[in-house]
Design a protein around this ligand. Structure first.
Ligand code: ZN
Length: 68
């Protein structure tokens, strides 16, 4: 598995294998699993078609009506 990590003057940064952008290697920009950051970055994760569909289904289920 390809892991791109760079140490910059503001701390470690990781290259997202999907968008190719560099992000701080922490839980704000990546999901963590067992103390490690996971690919892709959160921005890419939320753009995955399966994630978007899942989120829309959940929102639809939570808001069945527009009144109230
Ligand atoms: Zn990304």
């Amino acid at each position: 598995m390809r892991q791109s990590l760079a140490i910059t003057e503001i701390g470690p940064e990781r290259c997202c294998n999907k968008c190719g952008d560099w992000w701080p290697d922490d839980a704000e920009f990546f999901f963590m699993d067992k103390g490690k950051t996971r690919q892709p970055c959160k921005a890419c994760y939320y753009q995955l078609p399966s994630v978007i569909a899942k989120r829309e289904r959940r929102l639809a289920a939570r808001e069945p009506a527009h009144d109230q």
